[in-house]
Ligand binder design. Structure first.
Ligand SMILES: CC(C)(COP(=O)(O)OP(=O)(O)OC[C@H]1O[C@@H](n2cnc3c(N)ncnc32)[C@H](O)[C@@H]1OP(=O)(O)O)[C@@H](O)C(=O)NCCC(=O)NCCS
Length: 199
């Protein structure tokens, strides 16, 4: 699968990470291709978490059969040279039915269970925002759907700056809350809080 727009790696400097958890080395995004299925399979979740992020095989089957492979951007979150997380950004014709046409959506977000609780989820979300600010300057909103039973992920997203739109999508495994983040405003907030990292 082609990943035309994902050729630039984005690195979050130590100074930003230090606000999340001290002593983390640089963390970055790396484009993932359909040939990375086995590597992403190694990002194991607790059994009860799997339903929320989807099985890796189902995700990769979806990517392999995508009608819009150029509009789906799978990324690994890499720390200390190791893939520790994964997510997909979708845009334009590849957007899900619940999303307005002018946004980008995030899907299948996961941090390997051995690396959860160390700030990588929040850093991964920040990196998705940074990628958008760098590569999609015309898009203002990042949106995602989080299951109503997934209190941990919802808390992490809210801490990352997402707001609950109040809209609910009735998905196959239950109600999904639609969360949204104003990328431009996030940039302003980061400047305000003295992050202001450049990529
Ligand atoms: C949801 C998920 C991505 C979060 O990743 P993570 O690396 O564990 O999260 P972080 O360590 O970055 O935590 C981010 C914030 O949430 C807080 N947090 C972590 N665990 C928490 C918990 N159990 N309850 C409340 N807050 C919690 C952290 O304190 C941190 O806040 P801080 O930055 O103010 O300290 C990860 O748990 C995961 O992969 N879950 C399974 C798959 C899933 O549910 N994906 C979401 C699909 S929508």
């Amino acid at each position: 699968m082609k990943s035309r727009s994902d050729d630039q790696r984005i690195i979050l400097p130590n100074s930003r990470i230090a606000r999340i958890r001290p002593k983390l080395d640089d963390i970055d995004l790396r484009p993932v291709s359909i040939f990375d299925r086995a590597a992403i399979r190694r990002l194991v979740l607790d059994p009860e978490q799997e339903q929320f992020a989807g099985s890796v095989d189902a995700i990769f089957d979806g990517l392999q059969n995508s009608r819009h492979p150029d509009l789906e951007h799978p990324f690994a979150i890499v720390a200390l040279g190791l893939r520790i997380g994964f997510f997909i950004l979708r845009e334009k014709e590849a957007l899900p039915d619940w999303a307005p046409r002018e946004v980008i959506t995030m899907h299948s977000f996961r941090i390997c269970r051995t690396h959860q609780g160390k700030g990588y989820g929040r850093a991964g979300s920040d990196l998705a925002i940074a990628w958008m600010r760098h590569n999609r300057t015309d898009v203002r909103q990042l949106m995602l759907a989080v299951n109503a039973r997934n209190a941990l992920a919802r808390a992490v997203y809210l801490k990352s700056g997402f707001i609950d739109t109040g809209a609910i999508f009735r998905g196959p495994i239950g109600d999904q809350h639609l969360l949204s983040l104003d990328v431009q405003r996030q940039e302003d907030d980061q400047k305000f809080h003295g992050y202001g990292f450049s990529i």
